[in-house]
Design a protein around this ligand. Sequence first.
Ligand SMILES: [Zn+2]
Length: 274
Amino acid sequence: MVDDIQKQCRVCGHQEFSMWGNRDGLPLYQCKNCELVFFFPYPTQEELEVYYNSSYHAERGYGGSGNAGQLRKQMYELDIKDLEKKLRSYGRFLDVGCAEGVFLSMLNNRWEKCGIDISQPAVEQARQKEGIEAEVKEISEVKDNSFDVVHLRGVFEHMLDPLEFVKISNQKLKNNGFLVLSNTPNIGGLVPALFRGRFKLVIPNEHLHYFSVRTMHTLAELGGFVIKDITYPYFGSPYCSFWKDMIDIPINLVTGKMSPPFWGNIFTVYMQKI
Ligand SMILES: [Zn+2]
């Protein structure tokens, strides 16, 4: 038990934590009730603003250019296939953290596509280059009951208050609408459980919260959703080299390296509004 955190879990409100790991000396704690893992203390809003400076998006290949951008596009294709299988009908689609709009541009045009992001240059590029209806906006500013899908790809783990976000998403969705938390790090997977602070998707200042299937069920229950499906993107992705990854798990563990990609490292959670 860790006594020195006078803090409530930002998902379930419980106050008992255990030490889960650390990255570069920064401690990670885990809620004993819902399994949420988080860095503590949290970065301040000012620190986050410095972190998400104007070059954040360009450096990460979200615009679809360069090698990183190409790999990302291949992942989007797989994600979209999965999404269309699970959602079956079209409607109004909101991508939260849409960046330069590359994901939205690849989505079937039968969707009515909208995007929001915190980055003005990214949003401008989404509008001009991809022709996407994108705005700099918080989800709280979106009209209530107006979307069939609220989608976040690799974005949910950046949120300072995940439960608050899930509750607001619920208000913005129409009845039976879906909240899709795509490509989120899964702290319940085999590799994160083995590597802890050396799990590659543990990133201080950027990924503030880490979820397991249990955390997701808690979020759904408290936020007015039911989980309809969970998928684990890995096989068929450009990051998958199954046999190499299998061998790298024990090697990287004993040599102190970061974790390799593997099945179960990330998940996509489909929650339906009830
Ligand atoms: Zn909790």
